[in-house]
Design a protein around this ligand. Structure first.
Ligand code: GDP
Length: 342
């Protein structure tokens, strides 16, 4: 359900309740059930919705409602403050300072919009007078460096990364290299093939070997830009199509080596009820300190934002509202909730 639709449904539920002559427990429960359904359809996770429902029941005093106060307004205010509370984890995200170099690492699943958002984030800060730089530590997705390079060039932001190289190797070379460069995914895969299928050492089967080590590239990029006095060094990391142990291990290693001041979790707003679990899985692997929700344009749903905040205990700082560099908005809780409620 798009944001406007959610607002409309909540407004209708409140309207229906206002029309009832006596507001009793039953009328309030019916109204809250309607609102619950609307929130669930908007991808707010079930435990969050349940918690919100019981909090509202505690806040709203039925006697006040019976005394002829503006019922709709009382409940609307309770919903408003509950939604704001859910979106405010109580501590602001780290804010980079112009005087000293900050490292900001981006994490998220493949396709979430990480690379696009890295450039948007850099561009936003560049306009504010920062000196940002982009490091592509995504050595998993072919073309990731090209994409970052293209975006960075357009925005005139310095960048660092390496093209992936595919070198054909024989079995004994792969086994030898896997001892020295165990971080390469293709190498790991190739080694597994050899061990599983016992391919002949001199056979005509050749394997691709990607030379790049994401940790090494991330460290090289961060070091270079620190020397060049950049004050905002943004590290784009690899994603995967789903949550995988290898992705989380790689993220942990990059974080350990680059010691980011802030880790931003990038989440696609259209992932539905999976938002809570996905955000929680990332938070358990790296110290996520902020969230950016992408693709809030089009068929965007608002509920994922609430789930991501609850799962990471970190604030949403920006939302992506399109594919272009400047389709990026600062996330502000109260106006967002006002829009949500229509
Ligand atoms: P990554 O794999 O996480 O690095 O994702 P990409 O940055 O490559 O983005 C995947 C796709 O989503 C690309 O086609 C982007 O143009 C698109 N995209 C990213 N952010 C947004 C957004 O806020 N709105 C829309 N409509 N598309 C977006």
């Amino acid at each position: 359900m798009v944001l406007a639709e959610l607002g409309g449904k909540i407004t209708r539920a409140l309207q229906q309740m206002s029309n009832v002559t006596i507001i009793d427990e039953k009328a309030l429960t019916e109204c809250l059930n309607e609102i619950t359904r609307a929130l669930l359809q908007s991808d707010v996770s079930f435990p969050l919705v349940r918690e919100m429902q019981s909090n509202i029941k505690k806040i709203v005093n039925l006697e006040d409602l019976a005394a002829g106060h503006n019922k709709r307004r009382i409940i609307e205010q309770a919903i408003f403050s509950e939604l704001c509370k859910m979106l405010d984890p109580g501590k602001p995200a780290f804010a980079p300072k112009k005087s000293k170099p900050s490292v900001v690492m981006f994490v998220g699943l493949q396709g979430a919009g990480k690379t696009t958002t890295c450039t948007k984030y850099a561009y936003y800060h560049q306009k504010k007078g920062y000196k940002p730089a982009l490091v592509c530590a995504d050595t998993f997705r072919a073309g990731a460096f090209d994409q970052l390079k293209q975006n960075a060039t357009k925005a005139r932001i310095p960048f660092y990364g390496r093209y992936l190289k595919s070198i054909p190797l024989r079995r004994y070379e792969i086994l030898r290299l896997s001892l020295y460069q165990p971080s390469s995914c293709m190498l790991r895969l190739s080694t597994k093939c050899i061990l599983l299928f016992g391919l002949d050492s001199e056979s005509e089967v050749w394997f691709s070997y990607t030379e790049s080590d994401p940790v090494k590239i991330a460290v090289e990029g961060v070091d270079r830009f620190k020397k060049e006095n950049c004050d905002l060094i943004i590290v784009d990391t690899s994603g995967r199509h789903k949550q995988e142990a290898t992705l989380f291990e790689e993220m942990r290693q990059v974080a350990e080596a680059t010691k980011p001041d802030l880790v931003i979790f990038v989440m696609d707003s259209s992932i539905g009820q999976a938002a809570f679990d996905q955000a929680q899985a990332f938070k358990q692997s790296v110290a996520v300190g902020a969230v950016i929700i992408t693709k809030m344009d089009g068929h965007a749903k608002g509920g994922g934002a609430l789930s991501a905040v609850a799962a990471t205990k970190s604030p949403v700082i920006f939302i992506g509202t399109g594919e272009h560099m400047d389709e990026f908005e600062v996330f502000d809780v109260k106006p967002f909730v006002s829009r949500l409620l229509g």
